[in-house]
Design a protein around this ligand. Structure first.
Ligand code: SF4
Length: 65
């Protein structure tokens, strides 16, 4: 699984880093970081799916590899 965040869509609601603290953190303005596509460790796959489901802007994109 790989994950990335569409920076054009992200509005900084912060649900991702609350629900998936192993994958995201906030930048100084409350937007999630990191945004670059990267692999998800198997033990963090549930957090990744939770973050994707709960992002109100559909800014979190998951792909299977
Ligand atoms: S939940 Fe979605 S919109 Fe909110 S900070 Fe995370 S990626 Fe951005």
């Amino acid at each position: 699984m790989r994950i990335r965040v569409d920076t054009e869509l992200c509005q900084g609601h912060g649900r991702c880093y609350v629900l998936a603290p192993g994958l995201f953190e906030a930048d100084d303005d409350g937007y999630c970081q990191p945004t670059a596509e990267r692999p998800v460790a198997p033990e963090l796959a549930d957090q990744a799916r939770r973050a994707e489901r709960n992002c109100p802007e559909d800014a979190i994109l998951l792909t299977d590899t």
